[in-house]
Design a protein around this ligand. Sequence first.
Ligand SMILES: [Fe+2]
Length: 239
Amino acid sequence: MKADAHIHLLPGMDSGPVYDGVAAEMLLRLYEARVRIFVATPHFFSDRESVAEFLCRRRLALARLRAASGKHYRNVHLLPSAEVMLMSGISTLEGLPSLAIPGTNLLPVVFPIGDALPAPLMREVAHLIHHRGLCPLFCHVERYLPFFGDDFDGFLAMNHAAFLISPHALTSASFAASVAKAVRHGARVFLGSNGHDLSLRPPSVEVEGDYVGAAAYAYRTVRRATDDFFTSLVRRGIR
Ligand SMILES: [Fe+2]
């Protein structure tokens, strides 16, 4: 089954769709592109709310999406998770594992956008891995090219981590080459549309034929890894 491993689909949760109808239309658009598994990743900021408050809001948003989507909702698998902003103290936060993708230790995380990556955040990441047993799943890693520069390939080679890329990012030849190299060396890389709405940041509906060279190899490999991994999860009854 085709999976979108990173989408802001839950109405009213974050910078994604405000209205239930828009969320339902996003789901329908991807359904028509044969996507059947959605990992819902609303933003979570630990300085704004507790994990318990977030989970309560997420439950309500899921119910709204279910009501708005009707029969299409019954034909898809929706795995609720989060996109956790990395900040000071995040790695010791109570309840954090409950934001991981169900049935896994994959915790989608994102670095704040800035000029440089603060070193203390990498210590938070190390703590997540070594003391919480979590596997950071770095969201839309194409954003981090400026942070890591020449060491971007080293970032993609990080042990005990996994990576989400947006399909459109593979149109950059240098990024596609880095991803191709990483997957050849065994990196866990998944595809996520990072869709937020239907206008400014719609979910991308990628086409395999759009990619050539290293991008074609990277796309094929990562698309298969994404679909196989999430299909095996839902076949185990994970939800
Ligand atoms: Fe995102």
